[in-house]
Write a protein that binds this ligand. Sequence first.
Ligand code: NAD
Length: 253
Amino acid sequence: MDLGLKDKVALVLASSKGLGKAVAIELAREGAKVIICGTDSVALAKTEIEINSIAPAKVVSFLCDLTDEVQRKQLVSKSFSAFGRIDILVTNTGGPPAGGIDQFHLDDWKHLYNLLFLSAVDIIQQVLPSMKENGWGRILTITSITVKQPVDNLMSSNSVRTSLVGLVKSLSNEVASKGITVNNIMPGYTETNRLKHLMEVNPNLSKVMEAIPMKRFGSVEEFAAAAAFLVSERASYITGQSLAVDGGWIKGN
Ligand code: NAD
């Protein structure tokens, strides 16, 4: 199937490693131009080289701390300058720390809200006007299975991320008639550095594989394939949805 992504311009947030990187690579393979960003300059440069080897002259990278409002503005402005437009926005961030209610103080909550919610909303608001003008756009938020089924000891993810899913549904209705779709994708346990870290700090997580009907963790490529479809031309009648890529882990419908 031709996804219709050739020469679309995609801004993929937090994409020097892990899920974001895999999505950027998949989109580049499908012929899109991609803008990647992250806080780790070494990883970012490596990823840019990797994507450039797959799709020459179709990638630019910018260092950006997504919790910083000024850097977010600069990122969007440099992205528009790089390729002249943004057709696709994939929001993502580094993961929040593990812990229960006693581990987080008010300032921690403010930081987490900024990281997981405001970073996405701010950039969505910056790119929407041009998508409306073009009459075409794709917005995809990367959250987590925690928005459907809480994971023990991941209080911050279980709580703050649900606000973004509320925004996705509401925004999808607002912009549906403008050719813009807005969806959410919920990674389950997927093999990245983040998963390695969570396994180290939460020994119970080693039992998690037993609870996954497929009895294995997902690969970043499996996740990226689903994400690429959702932001493609072919997914033109899908909006306001949350798709779990979790090997069947979520127990509810
Ligand atoms: P990762 O640690 O492998 O990669 C995180 C990326 O985010 C890196 O590119 C890093 O540079 C970037 N980043 C971190 N903080 C940033 C900041 N302040 N500004 C800009 N970039 C920043 O993580 P991952 O596994 O790819 O996870 C991505 C998201 O998906 C996280 O929010 C994570 O909690 C969530 N998630 C992951 C899994 C999983 O199993 N991997 C499951 C559910 C949810």
